[in-house]
Design a protein around this ligand. Structure first.
Ligand SMILES: Cc1ncc(COP(=O)(O)O)c(C=O)c1O
Length: 416
């Protein structure tokens, strides 16, 4: 008899049997509003009929067309379709399975293309759990502890996080850019720095949006020193923030874009995109893998793109996000310990702090658990777990948003 290892920690005790849109059902048929979307993965909702149909058709045709051995049509179609949504100039793509792998693919490309060893990441960023990705992750020691030594060559500069510093966004941005210059002057010389790696909105780090001036500062320094700007859109991409890419809010202009999660509505698929000039600097055959660009995952990704376009899900994310933020702010106004409601589109964080102003993870978890008991699934994030995040599928309806806000209000009232 075997048991699941305690290495894996679960936020809820729900035994999910079936999913539909923004809802999950357990084995007893109890319905939950799923405002976790599999950590922002089920962009078109659970089991969207068009994604299901595309995947089923592909399963019956070709499951594994191993991509270092053969080409297959879903892969070629996906490359073509991504060309329609990728930021201008990013016209070469490479696929892997998970976000972490794609981050590592971006790292490999950046190091090979520049011949430089170091990367600079931004404090609070999450880039994954594999060793190189974990080395670039600074959103919590829980992702880094106990398996040192981590990869060398990673330096950390501040992210412009107004809530963490307790400063206006302008001051936090000035500080972040000044400290970045200090890092380039004292820790990682530009000639040793391959890339800046950054999220448009800190995800695991607490749902903190960056801003346009910060990205302009990154672009300016990248251009001045031949450093590449790697934008990690694993969580923010595919419509999540109410724009197709989170970086669009800030005119991010990446040299390398990293995508995963919402890309295939739940099938494991990730990728990186860059210009052909940059990709051509990577060593031929230097990247690959057994499962990358799995045919069923690629077919699901093509269907995901169709659904996002036909059902105008980016617009829905923007509108439902505004509706949800407003409802959550009205509730927050009644409680001193809810100190912030922030985010873009359907990537919204609600922060809890105690009377002394300290991040309060215990209360955030207690409220999330109470919400789960009442039928609303939520996750926490932030260095202290002090932020409850709302990330429903992009298909979420106005009624579901109202229902979720009602459950949240009751859960907060029951705990506080
Ligand atoms: C911004 C970001 N990058 C990378 C990752 C790692 O992705 P994966 O868990 O698929 O390896 C995540 C996962 O949450 C993420 O949010």
């Amino acid at each position: 008899m075997a048991e699941l290892s305690q290495i894996l920690k679960q936020a809820t005790g729900v035994l999910a049997a079936r999913g539909e849109g923004a809802q999950l059902f357990d084995e007893q048929g109890r319905r939950y509003l799923d405002f976790t979307a599999g950590i922002g993965v089920t962009s078109t909702g659970h089991c969207h009929p068009r994604v299901v149909e595309a995947a089923q058709r592909q399963v019956a045709t070709l499951i594994h067309g191993q991509y270092t051995t053969v080409m297959h049509r879903p892969l070629l179609t996906l490359v073509e379709r991504l060309g329609e949504v990728l930021p201008a100039g990013l016209d070469r793509v490479f696929f892997a399975n998970s976000g972490s792998e794609a981050v590592e693919a971006a790292l490999r490309l950046a190091r090979q293309a520049t011949g430089r060893p170091n990367v600079i990441v931004f404090h609070g960023g999450f880039h994954g759990r594999t060793v190189a990705a974990a080395s670039m992750t600074t959103s919590g020691t829980r992702f880094r502890s106990g398996f040192a030594p981590l990869m060398a060559g990673v330096h950390v500069a501040p992210f412009p996080d107004p809530t963490h510093f307790g400063w206006p966004v302008e001051q936090a941005t000035d500080f972040a850019l000044a400290q970045l210059d200090y890092v380039l002057q004292t820790l990682s010389a530009p000639a040793d720095t391959a890339a800046f790696v950054v999220e448009p909105v800190l995800g695991e780090g607490g749902y903190v949006p960056a801003n346009e001036r910060f990205f302009a500062g990154l672009r300016e320094r990248a251009d001045a020193h031949g450093i590449l700007l790697v934008v990690d859109e694993v969580q923010t991409g595919f419509g999540r923030t109410g724009r197709f890419w989170g970086g669009e809010h800030f005119d991010a202009r990446p040299d390398i874009l990293v995508t995963a999660k919402g890309l295939a509505s739940g099938f494991p698929l990730s990728g990186i995109a860059a210009s052909s000039a940059l990709m051509e600097k990577a060593w031929p055959g230097s990247q690959g893998g057994t499962y990358g660009a799995n045919a069923v995952a690629c077919a699901a990704a093509v269907a995901t793109l169709d659904v996002i376009e036909d059902e105008q899900l980016v617009r829905n994310a923007d509108e439902r996000g505004a509706q949800l933020r407003e409802a959550l702010r009205t509730i927050a106004d009644k409680y001193d310990v809810i100190t912030d409601v922030r985010g873009l589109g359907l990537m919204i964080g609600v922060e809890f702090r105690d009377a002394a102003g300290k991040p309060d993870g215990a209360t955030a978890v207690a409220v999330a658990q109470e919400a789960a008991r009442r039928g609303l699934l939520l996750l926490t994030c932030g260095a202290w777990g002090q932020v409850v995040r709302f990330i429903p599928a992009l298909v979420v309806s106005a009624d579901e948003v109202d229902e979720a806000a009602g459950i949240w209000s009751d859960a907060v009232g029951a705990v506080l």
